[in-house]
Design a protein. Structure first.
Length: 180
């Protein structure tokens, strides 16, 4: 389903996250993963994200290698959400505002309201693609971009073994997420 605008995109994504959080006990990790997978694949442009995160190494990879890397990165991304949103204690999401970002992006500034702990501000960097609006980065409370974190995490692995080594690493990481 195409999100008509960045606000809709994030509203839909948040309502799915809440849904999974509220049912997290019954779902368990596997159930949360299964529920979130199609929504994360739809809300995020995962291919563009890993292309950015892998930098110049992307250009040297074959189409098969790119496909394998995107798949592994997707599995890790879904796994992180399935791990992170593993319970519900009255949280809610609020969209604060939408404002223009760089390179034609739109920033959707939101707050995760936690009744028992501190609220968290999350800014989604969204970009219009052929498939409609998609998230390409999440900027955390601290002002640090998730994509920047991944980039520095992956740099060493890419330098040593290129896209193939990173794919192997991400497959391992995805497997580990399911075991926690």
């Amino acid at each position: 389903s195409h999100a008509a605008n960045p606000r809709n995109l994030i509203m839909n994504f948040h309502s799915k996250l809440l849904d999974v959080m509220q049912n997290s006990e019954n779902l368990g990790y596997g159930g949360r993963y299964k529920q979130l997978a199609p929504h994360i694949a739809n809300a995020f442009n995962l291919r563009l994200m890993i292309k950015i995160a892998s930098g110049r190494h992307w250009k040297n990879a074959t189409e098969d290698q790119k496909h394998a890397l995107v798949t592994a990165f997707s599995n890790v991304s879904i796994g992180i959400y399935a791990t992170r949103f593993d319970g519900y204690s009255g949280q809610s999401f609020e969209i604060l505002k939408v404002k223009p970002g760089i390179h034609g992006s739109q920033l959707v500034m939101t707050r995760l309201i936690n009744p028992n702990t501190d609220d968290i501000n999350l800014t989604y960097v969204t970009k219009e693609t052929r498939e409609g609006w998609r998230i390409i980065d999440v900027i955390l409370d601290t002002g640090i971009s998730e994509l920047a974190i991944r980039r520095s995490e992956y740099r060493q692995i890419l330098k040593q073994g290129g896209v193939a080594a990173l794919t192997t690493q991400l497959i391992k990481k995805a497997d580990l997420l399911g075991l926690n």
